[in-house]
Design a protein around this ligand. Structure first.
Ligand SMILES: [Zn+2]
Ligand SMILES: [Zn+2]
Length: 207
């Protein structure tokens, strides 16, 4: 199953220009099997998701993108809004209690411009990032990042043996599906999505 794990829609994500109905149409045009709504700090109402999925005949799953002191984290299996910035430890505890799954989003976005001292950031150095101790997976393919930035995440994922996911991080319709996560098994609901994530039965692929 080809699923775009990381998408923002308007108006729930203020930074996005994607109308949810247009998202469903575009996902169908691209022959995706599923899409995930990962708004910033806001979880979709399940009834509204079902309505949208029913209209479009596509699987739609809910996630969330939380802001933490260690950067942005995609979360599946924790269905609540958390408006304030969280400490990564707090989020980890909440997600673990809920049996959810945490993915560090775009972990090396802008790594070449962090500062002069990090211009030559090595993979070894990158592997020491604190956030990596708290997550279940690393987003190794993010549609908004440069190939270099995604490549660094991929190398870190391989070196640490942490699974890698892909998602477009789309904020505009033409960005949908740029990166995907391909799952080995059929996924029918959010519970199965979280289960397959925990099982590690997936690979990140670019469109
Ligand atoms: Zn983000
Ligand atoms: Zn995002």
């Amino acid at each position: 199953m080809r699923i775009d794990l990381h998408i923002h829609t308007s108006p729930r994500s203020a930074c996005s220009y994607i109308d949810p109905n247009e998202l469903v149409q575009e996902a169908q045009r691209l022959n995706l099997d599923g899409i995930c709504l990962t708004e910033h700090q806001v979880i979709w109402d399940i009834g509204e998701v079902e309505k949208l999925a029913h209209q479009g005949g596509i699987k739609i799953f809910r996630g969330n993108e939380f802001t933490t002191n260690q950067g942005d984290i995609l979360v599946f299996g924790l269905y609540k809004d958390i408006k304030e910035m969280m400490m990564i430890q707090e989020l980890r505890e909440e997600v673990s209690v809920a049996g959810g799954f945490m993915i560090v989003a775009h972990p090396f976005r802008g790594f070449k411009t962090f500062g002069i001292g990090q211009l030559q950031m090595t993979v070894e150095h990158a592997c020491k990032r604190k956030v990596l101790e708290f997550v279940d997976a690393i987003e190794v393919g993010n549609g908004k990042l440069s190939p270099d930035e995604n490549e660094m995440a991929r190398k870190v994922s391989e070196k640490l043996g942490i699974p890698g996911t892909g998602g477009s991080d789309a904020h505009r319709v033409d960005e949908i599906g740029k990166w995907l996560t391909v799952f080995e098994k059929e996924i029918n609901d959010e519970r199965e999505l979280v289960q397959e994530l925990h099982a590690g039965r997936f690979t990140a692929v670019s469109a």
